[in-house]
Write a protein that binds this ligand. Sequence first.
Ligand SMILES: Cc1ncc(COP(=O)(O)O)c(C=O)c1O
Length: 428
Amino acid sequence: MSPVEVEKQSRPPATVALTDPVEPGDRSPKLSYPFGTITIPQRSKDLVMQALEMGRVSCGNYVQEFERRYAQLVGTKAAVAVSSGTDALAIALSVLYDQGAERGDEVILPALSFVATGHAVLHAGFTPVFVDVDRHTLNIQADRIEDRVTARTRAILPVHLMGKSAEMDTICAIAQRHKLLVVGDAAEAHAAQYQGRDIGTWGDLVCYSLYVAHITSTIEGGIITTDNGEYADRLLSLRVHGRHIDSEGGVLKRADATQMLRIGDGKRDMRFSFERMGFSSRMNDLEAAVGLGNLEIYDEIVAKRRRNLRYLMDRFNAFSPYLYTITEEAHERLGPHAMPIIVAEEAPFTRDQFARYLSQARIDPRNLFSSIPTQCRGYEFLGHKRGDFPNAEFIGTHGLHVGVHQDLSQEHLDYLLETTGRFLKDYT
Ligand SMILES: Cc1ncc(COP(=O)(O)O)c(C=O)c1O
């Protein structure tokens, strides 16, 4: 069937009816495949109750403990928790102002990402400089980065989209040559590894989202990992309005206002000494309590999601040449965030037809982000035009993703595969 004929179809193929809403007396199986899930273990609930009963709910001991454990998990010296993955990126980039960066300086990032990556660059006061992505890895084309470096470039911000690491060896080498900061966006890359090391150790600072549907969560939240103690101190200051921290970084580490007064020099109220343009972005102890409970089941969740992702990825080869997904190469382990599905250029159907078919079968797909500079209206003011980032734009119109989360059973995975097979039979 030609694409035009498909487009003209006024009603979906008959097979869709198998999963249409249940009619009285209908006994056919009605599986639904949700996009995401949230696990809140009993341990999290107990810790939340303890925090509430103690009346210590703002940024305190639980946050510190969560940071300590997260740094240990990833293998970095420090981790600083904030209120979202977006803030994590903006705050991490803002360490640059202590080392001579000026507002309007440039940060290089991929054109394709969740829009928050672009927002964070602008929130931090920098100018985003977009580079197109590769259609197969979905990540920034590392060999195009150096062309975009100018006298005003201060940082490279690679995104490890869908848990697949960007080419960090090439990116770090470019950064070293030009003395640029590397801030990784690992919002979707918990548990990803690149060349045997956790992705949270690649670059100067690495930012995670802890939003509900992610591999590990504090419900809302973000965290930044780093091996650089000086950066960690700046992050602590930046997350509370740019407040002063003492030479040992001790003041804000305690995050306790009365403590600050005592540690201050006795003449000034250190709580009101602001040294940076900061953010209001503390994590609170209730969120950290949820996160602490979740870290206890982190390995279990990662293992389950990784099994699901690999099971689906292996079988998706059968849908070539019409559909493709990312691959896990020898040098890496994917972070099992979700599975991207790209409708190939030669497919005689559209992404939206496939997404609709899945939805009608109660499988919940989501579109895979768009080209931030050319497909997101909020970025029109930058003056880019359609066609500037052809690969990112292609993914913006041809990509979607489905969940691989811990609450999906073997039956769900097989149902997705069967439904996709049926769709291809009907549409090709
Ligand atoms: C690639 C990427 N960067 C940044 C973010 C922003 O994270 P948050 O929603 O926690 O602000 C997300 C959110 O999922 C993301 O997918």
